[in-house]
Design a protein around this ligand. Structure first.
Ligand code: ATP
Ligand code: ZN
Length: 284
């Protein structure tokens, strides 16, 4: 049995639950009442915790694995193994100043009082850049600190930036780009490691599927060489003869990030009847 901690409620909750469900793991979730639940079809126990507690629980082996924002993980400075970036919970940790205060570079931060709930990450950023500033640790509502006269600047999580704007602040330095991570205890027992590997295999199959498209097209045979040179598939494309003499059907997998460019080039090279199909699961 592998024990995994996910956030009880908040910004990571829904995506963490979906991640496990999309990996085919069935479990009941009413985490506001239940703090733990067991999957019915996979050797996994799910524990619902406050996100801030997860790094410590993983390090202390109270749980074997966890899903946690990189921002929290770095701040807590716990020793855990990074298993996989998960592609959700994206945000950044940035320094912001009141709009009227000029910023001409890192030296503009010199001697400022900076309010934050991430003192350790801020501390290492300041010392790496040889900036002397005063760190003022507060646990929440950081963005109102300057207008209250508590601080000159803030260092905080930015999602869209609208909270900063609403508080008369401007983002001047991005220190960390964060996303949710799957982490685990550094030394798992072999049977637990095996379950983690199975879980990871499923997560990766979903991630690969999401970042690729399956494409099918028809082309005259004399255009095939040119078309094949355009398609950056996993392996060379599948080529099947069509019933119409002199024509073939080509199938391949194309990364999501470039498939529009590839489509344009394929059309230009004489491909017709191009179909783009989502992939359900993909094992490399
Ligand atoms: P908890 O009650 O579990 O302590 P919390 O209030 O600390 O919850 P949330 O606001 O739910 O935390 O955010 C959890 C994580 O979601 C953050 O640590 C961060 O990694 C990520 N995140 C993504 N986008 C944002 C955002 N716009 N603002 C804050 N956090 C975000
Ligand atoms: Zn928290």
């Amino acid at each position: 049995m592998l024990r995994i901690a996910i956030q009880k409620s908040g910004r990571l909750f829904e995506d963490s639950v979906s991640l496990l469900r999309n990996a085919g793991i069935a479990f009941g979730s009413s985490p506001n009442r239940l703090l733990r639940t067991q999957a019915s079809n996979f050797p996994l126990e799910i524990i619902f915790l406050r996100d801030d507690d997860i790094p410590e629980y993983v390090e202390g082996n109270v749980v074997d694995a966890g899903i946690i924002g990189e921002n929290v993980l770095l701040e807590k400075q716990k020793t855990v193994q990074y298993v996989q970036r998960l592609g959700f919970g994206g945000c950044r940790l940035s320094i912001a100043l009141p709009k009227g205060i000029p910023f001409t570079g890192k030296q503009s931060l010199e001697n400022l009082r900076i309010a934050t709930s991430y003192p350790r990450i801020l501390e290492s950023y300041l010392s790496a850049n040889a900036v002397r500033a005063e760190i003022h640790e507060i646990s929440g509502a950081v963005e109102i600190a300057p207008s209250l006269g508590l601080a000159d600047a803030i260092f905080d999580i930015v999602g869209t930036g609208s909270t900063l704007l609403a508080n008369g602040l401007k983002e001047v330095e991005t220190v960390l780009e964060s996303e949710a991570l799957l982490v685990a205890h550094p030394q798992l027992a072999p049977e637990k490691q095996e379950i983690l590997d199975r879980l990871l295999f499923r997560i990766q199959a979903n991630q690969n599927a999401k970042s690729n498209r399956y494409i099918l097209m028809n082309a005259p045979n004399h255009r095939i060489d040119q078309i094949v040179s355009i398609i950056p598939g996993m392996k060379s494309p599948t080529i099947l003869p069509l019933a119409t003499e002199g024509w073939s059907s080509l199938h391949s997998v194309v990364p999501e990030t470039i498939f529009w460019e590839v489509l344009e080039q394929l059309k230009e090279a004489g491909a017709e009847g191009i179909l783009v199909v989502p992939i359900e699961r993909m094992i490399l």
